[in-house]
Design a protein around this ligand. Structure first.
Ligand code: PLP
Length: 423
């Protein structure tokens, strides 16, 4: 008998008792290879002694100081580290405890930016279909995952959704990458014009789509075109790299591979690597200058923002990523993983696609490749894959099953950057 409200109260869970490198170990001593880092969280694997030491040392020195009175050394150092590794201009950091909070914070920062600049009519957010931005009400409203939204629809704010960039399924046969990108940029432009540019605050997108469709990368040039549309209409451009950021895709920021710099950037999972619940929004000078030069105060805050212990843990994680060259390792091992997947599964009749960047890879599954026919969603294929893999000692992150038009199921793989070729 458990008193916890588990995610699925009818499914009994094993108890995880230990984490060691790329493995989790349960109460019966079974070992599981953590092939997805939970949900792309555990970038350093489990039980890293240096992170543990940093967290313990911080608890012994200063466990908490409210951010309305104090800043703290680990928070300042972590912000410095993130800014040093980011393009010029992206020079400000706001710490939070979860990816959903980061998304909501970015949307609020965007809104306040417009108000400070004398455009109080801008409030509307535009996001993309087949996206996931979190489960709190504001983040859920931005998300385009109908399955997760449906139950809470009456509680959700009005957000406009445009098409995602998913070339495998939505690029027309006659369309080039460029033509497809142009069409999607035109769609965003039209959405802004129809809403009235004077009402639009922000556009938000995952740089590489994670949970809803599985490591989907945009066509080259797509993000530059969308950035241009946003700039033309004065719309704040937000990238959500909660899942894809901080080395996961083989570059420190996923946007480095797109040739754009966002106005606001959401980070979370790889920031604390699972050692601490921590997230961040990085903001461009232009956003912070408008607020600092205007009212002078961001109308926001939570009790645990900039928590010293969370920041100390994340600082250790980021320092290890840098010292051990783990971003490059994610790129190299990611290519190896993709090659292995292609070699072993590429010809499989139910494998429709193998895709991704760095250690962020996915396998898409269909009933029938030729007819592009998906498995019946009633089969709950992703749940069955998860169960079967678990029984064989592999943790992976399956999803899909016709999520608002995403055709097919997928299995996302996101092992730690510290994993080995043998593993
Ligand atoms: N944004 C993206 C892209 C995510 O993948 C997630 C979580 O999976 C979130 C936001 C929400 O993060 P959290 O679960 O920490 O609130």
């Amino acid at each position: 008998m458990t008193h916890i409200i588990h995610r699925n109260p009818r499914t009994p869970l094993a108890t995880a008792v230990r984490g060691l490198g790329s493995y989790l170990i349960d109460h019966e001593g079974r070992r599981y290879y953590d092939g997805s880092g939970g949900a792309a969280v555990s970038c350093l694997g489990h039980g890293h002694p240096e992170v543990a030491d940093a967290v313990i040392a911080q608890i012994r020195t200063l466990e908490y100081a409210h951010t309305s009175f104090f800043t703290s050394e680990p928070a300042e150092q972590l912000a410095d580290t993130l800014v040093r590794r980011s393009p010029p201009g992206l020079a400000h950091v706001y710490f939070l405890s979860s990816g959903s909070e980061a998304v909501e914070t970015a949307l609020k920062l965007a809104r306040q930016y417009h108000v400070e600049r004398g455009e109080p009519g801008r409030w509307r957010s535009i996001a993309r279909l087949q996206s996931y931005h979190g489960n709190t009400l504001g983040a859920l409203a931005a998300g385009g995952h109908q399955g997760r939204r449906r139950l809470y629809q009456p509680l959700l704010a009005d957000v406009t959704h445009v098409s995602a960039c998913f070339p495998l399924h939505y690029r027309r046969p006659e369309e080039s990458d460029d033509g497809y990108g142009d069409r999607l940029a035109h769609e965003l432009d039209t959405a802004i014009l129809e809403a009235g540019p004077e009402t639009v605050s922000a556009f938000i997108a995952e740089t590489v789509v994670g949970a809803t469709a599985g490591a989907v990368c945009a066509v080259p040039g797509y993000f530059r075109k969308l950035r241009e549309v946003c700039d033309r209409h004065g719309v704040v451009f937000i990238l959500d790299e909660v899942m894809s950021g901080l080395g996961r895709t083989g570059s420190y920021h996923a946007f480095e591979q797109e040739g754009v710099v966002p106005d606001l950037l959401c980070l979370a999972k790889g920031l604390g690597g699972g050692y601490q619940p921590i997230a961040a929004v990085m903001a461009h000078d232009r956003i912070v200058d408008a607020i600092a030069g205007g009212s002078g105060a961001f109308q926001h805050g939570h009790t645990y923002i900039g928590h010293p212990v969370a920041c100390a843990g994340a600082l250790a994680v980021q320092n290890i990523i840098e010292r051990d060259g783990l971003v490059q390792r994610s790129a190299t091992l990611g290519r190896y993983l993709q090659d292995c997947l292609r070699e072993r599964l590429g010809g499989h009749p139910h494998v429709n696609d193998i895709r991704g960047r760095g250690l962020f890879q996915a396998v898409e599954l269909v009933q029938d490749r030729e007819g592009n026919r998906v498995f019946d969603p009633g089969l709950q294929l992703h749940a069955r894959i998860k169960r079967t893999a678990l029984a064989r000692g592999l943790l992976c992150y399956p999803g899909g099953g016709t999520v608002d038009g995403v055709r097919g199921d997928h299995v996302l793989l996101a092992p730690p950057y510290t994993t080995t070729q043998e593993e």
